[in-house]
Design a protein around this ligand. Structure first.
Ligand code: CA
Length: 223
């Protein structure tokens, strides 16, 4: 997933960025409301981790603005311990979950996965397409029960397609999902990942819809 972290505490922000990157996510991190507005403008993120106390305002104000504008990216609030009022207000404003500081990074990562599942309208943790199974938590892919070794980017491309079953996903949407802003993206990077995925999962697994993008074949006929 591509995750936006908004947290002004440098140690916490870097810890979140590194920890979530280790879990295979692409992370963009900012430290103020102003930067957060800019970062979230494209709404390319699958989830947002939002601190409430920021130097130039409240995370709750950001949340209010986004929800009023109709943006429904899942938001997990980071709240100070015992700040029950912040949590209530945050949930009422449209936050999807919260965690009090200090928190356990593994639990935060699990909550982000759960939020993304609900956002996709699924309760099931494992994504299944015929013989293909994708486990975002374990970052494990199997084809016909045989584990398939995918690079971090290959997995991210596959997960991006799998989270949008039956939908055509544009190349730029895939790029947004797997690369952070500071990363240089080669012009044919997505094609290269798709090519490698087809090599590992079967040529028919991912369909090219000319001029529009890619689609994971829902019958999973990866023979
Ligand atoms: Ca703070």
């Amino acid at each position: 997933m591509r995750i936006l972290v908004i947290e002004d505490d440098e140690i916490l922000r870097e810890g979140l960025t590194e920890g979530l990157a280790l879990e295979g996510h692409t992370v963009d991190a900012v430290a103020s409301c102003g930067d957060a507005r800019e970062a979230a403008a494209g709404f390319a993120h699958d989830a947002i981790v939002l601190d409430i106390g920021l130097p130039d305002g409240s995370g709750l104000d950001l949340l209010r603005e986004w929800r009023r504008a109709g943006h429904d990216t899942p938001v997990l609030l980071l709240t100070a311990r015992n700040m029950t009022e912040d949590r209530i207000q945050g949930l009422d404003l449209g936050a999807d979950d919260y965690m009090g500081k200090p928190f356990d990074l593994a639990e935060l990562a699990a909550r982000l996965r759960a939020m993304a599942r609900r956002g996709g309208g699924r309760a099931e943790a494992i994504l299944r397409f015929g013989k293909l199974e994708i486990d975002p938590a374990a970052r494990r892919t199997t084809l016909d029960a045989v584990p398939i070794n995918l690079s971090r980017r290959e997995f991210a491309v596959l997960e991006t397609l799998a989270r949008r079953p039956g939908q055509i996903v544009s190349r730029s949407r895939i790029e947004e999902a797997i690369y952070g802003w500071q990363e240089e993206v080669g012009s044919n990077a997505v094609e290269v990942h798709i090519h490698k995925l087809r090599g590992k999962l079967g040529a028919d697994t991912i369909e090219t819809v000319r001029g529009l993008g890619y689609r994971l074949r829902s019958d999973g006929s990866a023979s």
